[in-house]
Structures are given as structure tokens and as C-alpha cells.
Design a protein around this ligand. Structure first.
Ligand code: F6P
Length: 351
């Protein structure tokens, strides 16, 4: 890539950088990558460490110099950048969280934020950046791509809500953690003949709720993708159960569909059945990643490095129909994702 040189007192305008970038791409003057930065951004997800490790190890094996950027785009702004060798990622594969740390950096979307990031890339002579995170993090990466910085995005979020990919790193671990908690909550609900209303994460998506609802035999599952009628979809199901002799109940609520405290209160008031809300919250983000998350993160990391080696820049790593692949970042961010209708029907047939 041609270097973006800055005069401290005379920052270039974002438009001029965009124009220069399109010019370079048109002339095919993008140079091979040598020094690569990697960062994690947005909410942490189990398997992010495995993803960093794979990017670093595969990058070093490919002949790149690898650099870890701490605290997401925040750290990029501040130049919190350190070289990583193969050993610096030892013993990280099995650890939850992200050893590079992470942050939510909304202001990175603004032009000045993007320019600050680009300037630090320049100062550290980083030729490309691998961004591990969710859709918000991808938007930051796209902003850098648009001014000429080669980027690769890897999907890291427990929510599984990234449209370009069937699977996101952290999703399986989070669901297993939630399922374990729900099993425990069912034990106590059963002993006290109560209704346990459990709120799970997922932001505006119901993937976690639907899956853990099926896996833990929930009486009702509420997700944002399917509008529900409290009387018909919650009350009636619980009362029908009671009339058949049921003594305890589990209701799963995706955080984007409602509030466990409110719903538990409504159930207790309407039925007289003692109801307790539990918000699983950030518990779901922690813990050692499952095999699924470790292997997917590892294979996606290798694919990210392959893209850089092949000078296929500005790509998002995806899993589609069980295979690891990559798509253009602009196209990926335009995609939409929906939960399969059949899956929703099947979940209802089991309640
Ligand atoms: O995107 C991951 C996620 O855990 C969502 O499920 C949740 O809505 C959000 O992040 C919580 O964010 P924070 O950690 O900033 O409270």
C-alpha cells in the first residue's frame, strides 16, 4: 500500500484519503503486506484469544511481523501497540476473554477518529489490520478500508448476529454456559414448584435464546424476531401445563424481546404461581471456550492470514454451510440475517 504520510499540523481530509485510496486500487499499486496489527473490539467473546493466537502464529509462519493493539480502536488511537512473537500467545487458547483487552469505541466512526487510527498505523508502519469483533467493529474496519488501510474482519461475538456468517466465535461457549445455568435454575424451580424466567443475552437477536430454550426444554421462548402475545404465548402455555399436572416452568426471554423481571411479575400476578427472574448477563461472556469456538477461531485466523498473503484485502472471514470462507467487507455489511422459520416452528412443537 502507499503510505499515508501526515504532517502533524496539517491532517489530510478524509475525502482526499479516500480519493487517493481509490486511485491506488485502480492502478494496482497496493504493495505486499509485511507488518500486521490485530485487535479485539466490542464485547469480548470466548475464543477471541484463540483467534488472536491463530492470527499471530499463522502470520509469523507466513513471514509477517505481528503487532497486538490493546483495547480495540481506543488503543489504536493511543498507540497501545506491541510486537507479538509466537510465544506471547502461548497458553491463551483455552482462556476466556481477550488478553489484548477490548473496548466499545463509538467515536471511531467519526472522521477524526478514523484519521487518528490511520495515523497510528502509519507511525507503527502497520500495513494491515485484523479486527476481531462484531458488526460495530466491522464498521470501524470499513472506515479504515475506505481510506486505504487493508483490513480483515473476523466475527467475534456471543450473539451470532453478524449477517455475513452463519457462525460467530464465542456463540457456542455462551450457549453452553447459559444452558448449564438454566439446568441449575430448573433444579431449584422444581424443588419450590416455581416458574423461573431467565433472560439471556443476544442484543437484538434471539439466536442464544432459541437454542438454549430448546436445549433446556423451556416451556416458552421469547425472541425479538417473533412478536408474542403474553396471554397466548406465555400464560396459556403455563396454565395448560399446570392443568396437565406440571409443577414447575422455565421461560426463556431474549434480552431484545423483554425483561425477565417484568415478565416474572406478570406471570405471578396472573397465575398465582411463584415466579423468579434471573438475568444471566455477563456470565455468558466468560469462561474457557468450547472445542467448537477454539477450532473455528483457529481456522478463521488462518484464513485471515491467507487473505493478506494473497493480497485479498478488505475481507470478512465467514463460515458458510460449514466451510470457512471470506466476503468483501462492503458487501458483508449490507447483508441481512434471519432465524430460519422452520427452527422457530420446531421450537414451538417441543414446548
Ligand atoms: O454483543 C455482546 C453483548 O454481550 C450483547 O449480548 C449484550 O447486549 C451486550 O454485549 C452487552 O454489552 P456491555 O458489555 O457493554 O454491557
Amino acid at each position: 500500500m502507499s503510505r499515508l504520510l501526515y504532517d502533524e499540523n496539517n491532517l489530510p481530509s478524509i475525502d482526499s484519503l479516500r480519493a487517493a485510496n481509490y486511485d491506488n486500487v485502480d492502478k494496482g499499486t497496493v504493495e505486499p503486506v509485511k507488518r500486521v496489527g490485530v485487535l479485539t473490539s466490542g464485547g469480548d467473546a470466548p475464543g477471541m484469544n484463540a483467534a488472536i493466537r491463530a492470527v499471530v502464529r499463522a502470520g509469523i509462519n507466513a513471514g509477517f511481523e505481528m503487532y497486538g493493539v490493546q483495547r480495540g480502536y481506543h488503543g489504536l488511537w493511543k498507540g497501545e501497540i506491541k510486537q507479538l512473537d509466537g510465544r506471547s500467545v502461548s497458553e491463551t487458547l483455552q482462556r476466556g476473554g481477550t488478553f489484548l483487552m477490548t473496548a466499545r469505541s463509538k467515536s471511531f466512526m467519526e472522521d477524526q477518529g478514523v484519521l487518528k487510527g490511520a495515523r497510528m498505523m502509519e507511525a507503527y508502519e502497520l500495513d494491515a489490520l485484523v479486527v476481531i469483533g462484531g458488526d460495530g467493529s466491522y464498521k470501524g474496519a470499513r472506515a479504515l478500508a475506505r481510506i486505504g488501510i487493508p483490513v480483515i474482519g473476523m466475527p467475534g461475538t456471543i450473539d451470532n448476529d453478524i449477517a455475513s456468517t452463519d457462525y460467530t466465535i464465542g456463540y457456542d461457549t455462551a450457549m453452553n454456559t447459559a444452558m448449564d445455568c438454566i439446568d441449575k435454575l430448573r433444579d431449584t424451580a422444581s424443588s419450590h414448584e416455581r416458574c423461573s424466567v431467565i433472560e439471556v443475552m443476544g442484543r437484538r437477536a434471539g439466536y442464544i435464546a432459541l437454542n438454549v430454550g430448546i436445549a433446556s426444554g423451556a416451556e416458552a421462548i421469547l425472541i425479538p424476531e417473533v412478536p408474542f402475545d403474553f396471554n397466548k404465548d406465555v400464560l396459556r402455555i403455563i396454565l395448560d401445563g399446570r392443568n396437565r399436572g406440571k409443577k414447575h416452568y422455565v421461560v426463556i426471554v431474549a434480552e431484545g424481546a423483554g425483561n425477565a423481571t417484568e415478565i416474572a411479575k406478570q406471570i405471578e400476578e396472573a397465575t398465582g404461581i411463584e415466579s423468579r427472574p434471573t438475568i444471566l448477563g455477563h456470565l455468558q461472556r466468560g469462561g474457557s471456550p468450547t472445542l467448537r469456538d477454539r477450532t473455528t477461531a483457529s481456522l478463521m485466523g488462518i484464513r485471515a492470514i491467507d487473505c493478506l498473503l494473497e493480497k485479498r484485502f478488505n475481507r470478512l472471514i465467514v463460515e458458510k454451510d460449514g466451510k470457512i470462507g471470506d466476503v468483501d467487507i462492503e458487501e458483508g455489511l449490507e447483508m441481512t440475517k434471519t432465524i430460519s422459520e422452520q427452527f422457530i416452528i420446531d421450537a414451538k412443537r417441543l414446548s
